[in-house]
Design a protein. Structure first.
Lengths: 279, 279, 279
């Protein structure tokens, strides 16, 4: 039998000791725990981004992995600490919606409220439940303790809305979910939604600082893209992104904020997206 | 029997290969070593910050953990390389004070100077003792080699002064120990010291770029804090911090430097701190 | 028998989940894999820097380590995915030159093209071969599968040119290979090349924003260096670097770009480099 790895996803960043302390707590309870960092680079309190990262990453991890998710703006309030089994995975984190997308994707959730303080560190601080509640519970779960002993069944959990495309008279209003390290802009538009729109007369527009950029190229790879021109691509996570070959689209388009306006329209007179043949 | 994990704390950052190379050296000597990153995000040569991180984190790690601390502005000089056993932990690093607070906290130190070059990499460079001296010694210690074989007893070690609050006629002059990822300002004031001052007529002041901010709210959690107003909180490490709910206090207070003036005063006419009831 | 660790070197940064997903894929195939992060902080698509990091780090890792190198601007094109055995190490990555220096240094390479899709994830995306091709192959190799089963022998691989010093009438034209976390400038000049030039009348010059800085001090350690003055030092990797004691040379010299002009000249009238005695 192979132990369940504990996968860490937090907004702690890398300057402080917080992520390291989680590892210390886990190792103190289960010295043989396998700990994997998903990322600690979620921007502070960015539940949407964390939810998205979790959803697009989960299936690449071993079955029975325990995801320890600490993006927790409500720490210290009455929001519940949760353990959820869904699909073949375990998710531990606050009941603030950050777990809802992945749990919905996995299906058949069994939700537990973590309310057995004998399995927490003592005393429990009001500012760092990752250390005092979530990490000790994850470690005990990785030792084989059943969820039923760690908490009490709970009928439902809070939902997080990932913003969906908004239909308008002209087309769809979109938004940027996040900008990745390479400066690619990941949009709230799935490959499937996009396929319904990718037709003659359909064009993506994005409001830059001083001008509107119109994007009319779809490429199957970065390498096939033209130079010095923004293009659309289905990212590896299944969402549409705006990219520029060998450059940061964020910088190329001279954006100043994630809040910029983006829309997809199917107006007469626009040319079709030229779609290459993929590979 | 469970092996001792090796816990890494450095100012190497994440852009370079230095932290990775430590892991290579350790794994080359002890392929089964469990290596945990505390953080590599200490600002270059910031001994006070590293000392603080170590002190506030140590007790969350398993007994017999080996802390490998490489914040080493004097590398290549005659400062001694040390191995210290204190409490149930081992600390390896330069004799520049970075280990003194944690060793004092743990008590009953046994200090060894690392002067057996047969246990170092050869040749020893003058710029990277983390790789050439400290990592190989940590790996051998994790294999069970006793400290007595790795070094020679040493009567004392250098002390680092964490700046203490300074009493003035009006109250206490304080300073910022560090700013965490969330923009919270951690002060050189412990919960215990603060409890002696938290009384009617007591107020925290901080010099911003253009104005003095007076802080008169103490909250037990971030969530209970008012919006758009700085407040005081006992951080999870036991020190007082200045925070702003869902914002960076650093940015909110428009600070430009860690060197800004902060003081706590108990002058007549100031209102008492409203302290909520905690949870 | 000890398993081979898998050593990760990428330009994924730490904000996104990409590096974490590699670990998930590896652990899904080999739950006992030991995964070591070399760094994920290579700047996007910086093949020279990645190549340099690999070359200067490899010998500190255990024999039979598997280096998984994902700096891959040509992902999705026809560039081959490779597995190379050289020296006692394995290297997995794209055939874009990033592996060539380390393979040349190790010698006696056996090169395989990874063309057995049954060992990849399915489907293979066009944007993330690190996840879909390289990580699964690394995991299988760490399980003991022989390279011959994972790919087909391949006669040669692409070479990356690390820029070499250029001889001029006056001396050598150099360039900055990279700037490390501490702000030290690592030059494309090896200790050996430098030893041939370190003689009376030899001086390093670097073009700052508003002035040319002449550097005439060589130190064997940072600590022995004078204050507030740039100096030369042989870095721990064997290359010459420009440093300033307890400061960032990058900031001290007021540089704005890596593309600045640097040259070493042996003109009459310049004083010899004062070289201290080392330790």
């Amino acid at each position: 039998m192979t132990a369940s790895p504990i996968v860490l996803l937090t907004d702690f960043g890398y300057r402080d000791e917080y992520a390291g302390v989680l590892k210390g707590v886990i190792s103190s309870i289960n010295p043989h725990a396998q700990i994997l960092d998903l990322t600690h680079g979620i921007l502070p309190q960015d539940l949407v981004r964390a939810s998205f990262v979790l959803t697009s990453s989960v299936s690449y991890f071993p079955r029975s992995s325990i995801f320890l998710v600490v993006v927790d703006p409500g720490v210290g309030t009455s929001r519940k600490p949760l353990l959820v089994k869904a699909g073949e995975y375990f998710f531990i984190g606050p009941d603030n919606g950050v777990l809802s997308s992945v749990v919905e994707q996995m299906g058949h959730p069994r939700i537990f409220e973590l309310n057995h303080p004998e399995y927490f560190l003592s005393p429990v601080s009001s500012t760092f439940h990752g250390r005092d509640i979530f990490a000790p519970v994850a470690a005990r779960l990785s030792l084989g303790m059943p969820p039923e002993e760690l908490g009490t069944p709970c009928p439902k959990m809070k939902s997080l809305e990932i913003p969906r495309p908004v239909k308008t008279d002209q087309g769809l209003d979109l938004c940027i979910l996040f900008v990745d390290t390479f400066g690619n802009l990941i949009l709230n538009l799935t490959a499937e939604q996009f396929s319904q729109w990718k037709q003659p007369g359909c064009c993506m527009s994005i409001q830059g600082k001083n001008q509107i950029h119109k994007i009319s190229t779809v490429c199957s790879t970065y390498a096939k893209a033209p130079d010095n021109e923004p293009f659309l691509l289905i990212s590896s996570s299944g969402y549409v992104e705006i990219a520029v070959k060998n450059q940061s689209a964020w910088k190329f388009l001279d954006l100043e904020s994630l809040e910029t306006r983006i829309w997809l329209e199917a107006s007469p007179g626009n040319e079709a997206f030229p779609v290459d043949q993929g590979d």
